[in-house]
Ligand binder design. Structure first.
Ligand SMILES: [Zn+2]
Length: 261
């Protein structure tokens, strides 16, 4: 065997080994979500005999399964892998209730409670039938489950005392919902302010994934790294010092105005 041939074989073997190693690494990443520790789900229909609850039961025959699938969708949007700091939610109490409003999450690690209004189910059914109910139910679930699994800003007070904190929490919940396709595209309109929270902030944060595919994961993670947390500080931390929340918001507004023109 010539020296050249030996060298060629060695290089080929090294390239082959690298390729094999990479595919093992990516397989491990995929497998890692298989080992995700799902919380115990305790489902109770407290609105028996309402029209909304019977629509829900017909359209969602297996609530635990819908909740589990939605949990995985949420954690995959917010985190890269099981190695990340995912809040250890171990139990979710999910109830259908005959009350005003849409849905809300209470509690925190390790046990949260989420109610969903049977009246809201009835309204959705009137608007768009079964398809609308399922789409709305999953979308609302994505929003509330994000509250269970998202990280929270540090060093700036709390949800009830600080607008920035509130905006991050509600903006991220709607960003995760939007990113998974659970808002009609027509909901995204120019106007408002990035501090408004909910969809106004949520669609903006979701649009920032066009700057960095991992934007939502990195923005969630920024709460562990930018202390005290701020929107502008987190934007600079994730996308670079050359950016600011104001210039990106203005760019986003111009983009929305142009596509709607
Ligand atoms: Zn919320």
């Amino acid at each position: 065997m010539t020296k050249q041939l030996l060298l060629l074989l060695t290089i080929t073997f090294m390239l082959f080994s690298c390729g094999t190693k990479n595919s093992i690494v990516s397989n491990e990443k995929i497998e890692s979500w298989d080992r995700f520790h799902y919380p115990e789900i305790h489902f109770v229909n407290k609105a028996i005999d309402t029209e909304g609850a019977s629509i829900y039961e017909r359209i969602v025959p297996d609530p635990q399964q819908l909740i589990r699938v939605s949990i995985l969708g949420v954690v995959k949007t917010l985190y890269w892998s099981l190695e990340d700091s995912i809040p250890a939610i171990r139990k979710i109490n999910y109830t259908i209730e005959d009350v005003k409003g849409i849905s809300a999450k209470g509690g925190g690690v390790p046990e949260i409670s989420i109610f969903y209004s049977s009246r809201w189910v009835e309204q959705s059914a009137k608007k768009g039938g079964d398809d609308k109910v399922l789409y709305e139910t999953a979308g609302v679930l994505y929003h509330e489950l994000t509250h269970g699994f998202q990280l929270e800003p540090q060093g700036i007070g709390s949800y009830g005392t600080n607008k920035i904190f509130f905006t991050f929490i509600e903006g991220m919940a709607d960003a995760v919902r939007a990113h998974n396709g659970y808002f009609p595209a027509t909901n995204r309109k120019p106007g408002g302010h990035w501090l408004d929270g909910y969809q106004t902030t949520g669609f903006f944060l979701e649009w920032l994934t066009t700057k960095d595919n991992d934007f939502l994961r990195k923005f969630n993670q920024s709460t562990l790294e930018v202390i005290p947390w701020s929107f502008d500080g987190a934007i600079k931390h994730v996308l670079g010092e050359q950016h600011s929340i104001e210039t990106l918001w203005n760019e986003y507004q111009n983009y929305l105005t142009n596509i709607n023109a």
